[in-house]
Design a protein around this ligand. Sequence first.
Ligand SMILES: NC(=O)c1ccc[n+]([C@@H]2O[C@H](COP(=O)([O-])OP(=O)(O)OC[C@H]3O[C@@H](n4cnc5c(N)ncnc54)[C@H](OP(=O)(O)O)[C@@H]3O)[C@@H](O)[C@H]2O)c1
Length: 267
Amino acid sequence: MNHLNISNLFSVTGKTVLVTGGSRGIGKMIAAAYVTNGAKVYISSRKAAVCDAVAAELNAEAASGGSCISLPADLASAEGRAALVSALSAQETSLDILFNNAGATWGAPFEEFPENGYDKTMDINVKAIFMLTRDLMPLLKANATKEDTSRVINIGSIDGMHVPIFDNIPYAASKAAVHQLTRVLASKLAPEHIAVNAIAPGFFPSNMTQFMMESEEGMKEFESTCPLGRVGGPEDMAGLALFLGSRAGAYMNGAIIPIDGGTVLGR
Ligand SMILES: NC(=O)c1ccc[n+]([C@@H]2O[C@H](COP(=O)([O-])OP(=O)(O)OC[C@H]3O[C@@H](n4cnc5c(N)ncnc54)[C@H](OP(=O)(O)O)[C@@H]3O)[C@@H](O)[C@H]2O)c1
């Protein structure tokens, strides 16, 4: 077998993957990319009916060997995380790739920012990643080798790298925390043969960015700040997500990778 052949180097066939927040937006883009390329993908989010329907939709489009299984849970709560870990552990003895993607934002002016908005943002964006990764360690360690590490891939944001254009201050702080959590875990988990990296998206169409897509003024402002002048799409996210999960990305560790058309650079 030629290991440098693109279909071997970037293969995710046969991998077991968990994508939190895999029921829509960026998480669904990642789940679809993996199912299409022969991985067994678990998706988790709060709305069970949506999660089940998306798993059925992705199964209908799956390539040979690829499949999608719905495991709904509220990952902002300890009970929800425990239920997910126990359901996954009942079905799998190992996990190759964990995408910590589920997240939320809350926009409000600084002077009026509600405490529950702050807590909601931090609980799902930061605490859930820390706790879920901790509790999935036995599964992540099971298949990990020095040459082909298991992967934890956190979804940060360019809002954790620059000052965002919107009043979402705790969100920006939460994403900076995701990036630093990524670096620290990358160093701490490396002896277990687990690599940890973060994807920092710019603007991708999703529920989270719907309010902006609907605003002509907001889109004009975005286009003026993105050097490539367009939003990201499924192929853009799939390309990076597949690279980071495949043999091709095995030596990446502790990287925070912007995928934003250059937005974080400014123009
Ligand atoms: N879209 C962008 O432009 C952009 C840019 C930078 C970073 N990001 C990041 O990318 C990730 C995905 O965002 P998105 O834009 O795809 O947003 P989205 O469309 O709102 O999707 C969020 C996903 O997370 C799930 N979720 C939210 N709270 C949850 C909870 N407590 N427990 C379990 N699942 C939960 C949602 O499902 P339920 O509601 O059913 O739970 C949904 O599947 C987030 O971390 C976000 O911060 C997005």
